[in-house]
Design a protein around this ligand. Structure first.
Ligand SMILES: Nc1nc2c(ncn2[C@@H]2O[C@H](COP(=O)(O)OP(=O)(O)OP(=O)(O)O)[C@@H](O)[C@H]2O)c(=O)[nH]1
Ligand SMILES: [Mg+2]
Length: 254
């Protein structure tokens, strides 16, 4: 098994353009400065793809886009509903500046940010099948995306310490059946929602949030969902699992 770092360097070397696919809900946490540096060193054009834009309010997206545009051309996309696919295709052709042959586009990013979905979105329904590049790690695949563009899909970089369960939960790298501290992860989700889009959590769970802390909000959601134990106390774990599942299914917008 080739190390991830070697694989990334190789993809950068082969590609004409690199996409850094990040989760629009966590732009800073899912950016990888090391990968960005490697791309800059190789003097290859980089496009930052803010994926999962369907899960972020327009206001937050606008702020993130203007901030990241200072680093590299930034496009927001939804691998779920296809938003932004035409703009991304144009951007790729523009930054590559290559005529007369196919452009090879490497798609890099943390696990689960939607690297494969972004590629499928640009390919459209009638995309060509995939084929392994011989001599590379099993996970690296070459995908033809209509005329002029070919993608290299890569497996995700493991971003955090093995035990950073909170980020693994927030980014959907582990689902609730694989997380241990459900309440801890749910409190992080609540904290993020309360600071970035309180009305989304209020309307989704039919609650009103004042100055309560995340723990109180968890209790409110549990009570509202009627997740009670025999003595009438809130079943926090059950409420936490519901919040994690709702979040990971993309039902809550930040
Ligand atoms: N809501 C929403 N979900 C998305 C979007 N893009 C991808 N997903 C979901 O995110 C999950 C991961 O998508 P993938 O495309 O497999 O992500 P990846 O980065 O290729 O994942 P790895 O190859 O495992 O690193 C899937 O459940 C997708 O359905 C998007 O734009 N919006
Ligand atoms: Mg993938």
């Amino acid at each position: 098994m080739v190390s991830y770092r070697v694989m990334i360097k190789d993809v950068i070397k082969k590609s004409d353009v690199l996409l850094e696919v990040i989760d629009a809900r966590f732009p800073d946490e899912t950016r990888n400065s090391e990968v960005e540096r490697d791309v800059a060193r190789a003097r290859k054009p980089l496009i930052i793809v803010l994926n999962k834009c369907d899960l972020v309010s327009k206001e937050n997206l606008g702020k993130t886009k203007s901030r990241l545009s200072k680093i590299a051309p930034t496009v927001f996309v939804s691998g779920r509903d296809g938003f932004g696919k035409t703009i991304l295709r144009h951007r790729i052709l523009e930054v590559a500046g290559i005529k007369g042959r196919d452009i090879l586009v490497g798609s890099l990013g943390y696990p689960n940010t939607g690297k494969s979905s972004v590629i499928n979105t640009v390919c459209g329904k009638h995309s060509a099948g995939t084929s392994s590049i011989s001599g590379h790690t099993k996970g690296v695949q070459l995908i033809k995306a209509g005329s002029r563009i070919r993608f290299i899909d890569t497996p995700g970089v493991i971003p955090f310490g093995e035990n950073d369960e909170y980020m693994q939960g927030l980014l959907g790298i582990k689902d609730s059946t694989h997380l241990k501290d459900h309440v801890g992860v749910a409190l992080k989700i609540i904290g993020k929602l309360c600071s970035e889009n309180k009305t989304a959590i209020e309307s989704f769970y039919n609650i009103t949030v004042g100055n309560e802390d995340s723990y109180d909000v968890l209790e409110l959601i549990g009570r509202q969902s009627n997740f009670l134990k025999t003595k009438g106390e809130v079943d926090e774990n059950r409420a936490a699992v519901k919040i994690i599942n709702d979040w990971q299914k993309g039902l809550l917008i930040v």
